[in-house]
Every structure is written in C-alpha cells, then in structure tokens.
Unconditional design. Sequence first.
Length: 255
Amino acid sequence: MQLTNRDLGALKDVLAEMHAAPDDDALLAALPGYVMRVVPAGYAQVVRGDLLLARGTLRVSSWWESEPILDTSLMDRILRLLPTHPFMKVLEHTGELDAARLSDFLTARELRRTRLYAETMRPFDGGRLLAVGLFEGGRALALSLSRRLRDRDFGQRDVDMLSLLRAQLRLARRNLARRRGPWTAERRPRASFGLTPREDEVATWLARGKTNAEIGVILGMRSRTVEKHVERILAKLGVDNRTAASLALAPTEAD
C-alpha cells in the first residue's frame, strides 16, 4: 500500500516531536499519544522490560498508556498468559516483531475462545490488536494499539505507518543515548552559561564537532534554526568560533 502525502505529513510532525524529546522516559510517556495521532485506535500502551525468551515472557519494569487501564493485577494476567500469545511465538522463532496484527494469526471467533482474550482483552473491551517491538541485548520495548473486537480491524496503511514509526523510534532512542554524551540533565553548560534546554542539546553536539546540518538531522531541526542556536551559544559563552566553544563546554573533573 502507498501512503498518502497526508499520511507522510502527519508522520513527519510526530517524528519531529519524538526526536525533540529531552530523555527516554519523556519520549516513552508521550509515545502512546504520538502513535494514536498517526494510527487511530481506542487505546495504546508502551511496555519496557527484559525479554525472557526461554520463559516466553517479559520482566516488566515500567509502562505508559494513553489512558489508565493497566494495573498490577491485569499486568500479572497478561504476563502469565504471554507465552500463549501469537506475538510471543513470532519472537521465539525470529527474535523480532515488526508491525503485526493479531488477526494475522487468529480470527475473531478463534480469539474469543481463548483465555488470552477472556482475561486480558475483554475486561477493557479490546480484541483488535496491532503491535511492534524493539529488542536489543535482552532489553525489550513493546508498543501496542487496540480497538474493540467489533470495530474495523487495523489495515495495511496502519501496519505501514507503525512500521515506519518503529524504525524512527529506534533511531530517536539511540540519538537520546548519544545526546546524553558526557552530560546528564544536571550537567554544567545549561546552569553555568545560561543555555536554554534546546541550546544545551545543540551545544552537546557542537562540542562533539558536528556540523549544523548534522545537528539538524540528529535533533530534527532545520539547519538555519541550528545556526541561530549556535550563534546564541557562542554569544553566551563569550567566544568567537566553534573550536573555542568546544573547549569551553568540555567536561571538567568536577563534572
């Protein structure tokens, strides 16, 4: 299926916001809302934890939702029945989960006969499910969207949109990890030099020798916007060029 210009425009807006997230938790907390802007659904959730393939389950550390539905009791039931979930079967065979629909594996009639539906989907009127996963070094991130079983199923357009979002989510999280660089949120530049949070992000990559164009790609900004940020950073640091700025921003032993 070919995505429309409207689809791509909506996706571009969401990706710009994803890549501007200040940290991983903020990105994941906003992710249910982001994905529902490009893939209509009744509910979305993000679950982070450790993948235990030998047991066919996850050790969940945190989760975020579009609305508060999950509690520890429901999560316990989900984890208990996860080994029977078709998506987990895919993981066991391939080690990956690209955008997939539950209906690719079970008809609505077949699903209604399962404990998985009775105990984990029917309580919040779910049943139509579209999900994707990111797995690296035993760490897992699962993103899923649901609609009521009596509603229209997710289509190929929805699968394609979520697949594109998955690739960008991986990139955004990697960029966040790099962006932390030698600094944490409490690092010296912003506090000592009066940099705004956005200037601090630009300064992190400036100190690593990135060009304005490269910083723009990393942070999802126009090169001209990056140029303006760099000009203000140089002024606040009281230096004339990027090399001097890099030296001024270098970590000290106290950091």
